[in-house]
Design a protein around this ligand. Structure first.
Ligand code: ZN
Length: 197
């Protein structure tokens, strides 16, 4: 961020009075521009014992498999955003239960928060959207476990197939740490009692 959105004056990065973190400040009109984490919302689309995955047609992780997810829009609820992304990326319509919220991931290093909801496919009339090369249903044994695009997706899928054995789906929150040598670890920091479907 270089120039003020209001008056086009150059911005200065400094800690405003009464604040604790550096912000982009405009000395022309005294505006302060705050940058906050982005929310990425998606679903675990389910049909019988299978989960719908999308093969990415875009970078990053082109050609790898992921759950349908994308940036939450202004004026949109997390759940509505997840349902919209599922339609956009997988061409899939879903039904959600009251206990749909499933996993939440904090990624402070890249300023993102991921939220996934469990959802039942309404029908099998799905097809790849613009950002997907292919969309397909996978049982636990069929999932290309070595070709999953993101650690948040891998962790969500691993828990899903464990939880389905118990028919018990707690809401879990994780911190995702980026270590040296591009290692990424996911640490469980909170989970609810959970509900059965
Ligand atoms: Zn300004």
């Amino acid at each position: 961020m270089k120039y003020c959105h209001h008056c086009a004056a150059p911005l200065v990065l400094r800690i405003p009075e009464g604040d604790e973190l550096p912000r982009h400040c405009c000395d022309g009109c005294e505006s302060i521009f705050y940058q906050n984490p982005k929310n990425i919302v998606g679903t675990v689309p389910i049909h019988e014992d299978k989960v719908l995955l999308c093969k990415r047609a875009i970078q990053p992780r082109l050609g790898r498999w992921t759950l349908p997810a994308g940036y939450l829009e202004n004026g949109e609820s997390c759940l509505d955003g997840a349902i919209r992304e599922t339609l956009e990326e997988a061409g899939a319509r879903v039904n959600v239960q009251e206990s749909s919220l499933y996993t939440l991931f904090n990624l402070p290093v890249i300023n993102q928060i991921y939220l996934f909801f469990r959802a039942e496919l309404s029908d099998l009339d799905f097809q790849p959207g613009a950002e997907s090369e292919e969309v397909a249903l996978f049982s636990q044994a069929e999932i290309p476990w070595d070709e999953i695009a993101f650690p948040v997706v891998l962790t969500t899928l691993e828990h899903y197939f464990e939880d389905i054995e118990q028919n018990h789906f707690p809401v879990r929150m994780f911190d995702v740490h980026h270590g040296d040598n591009r290692t990424i670890t996911t640490k469980l920091i909170s989970h609810s009692q959970g509900t059965a479907d």
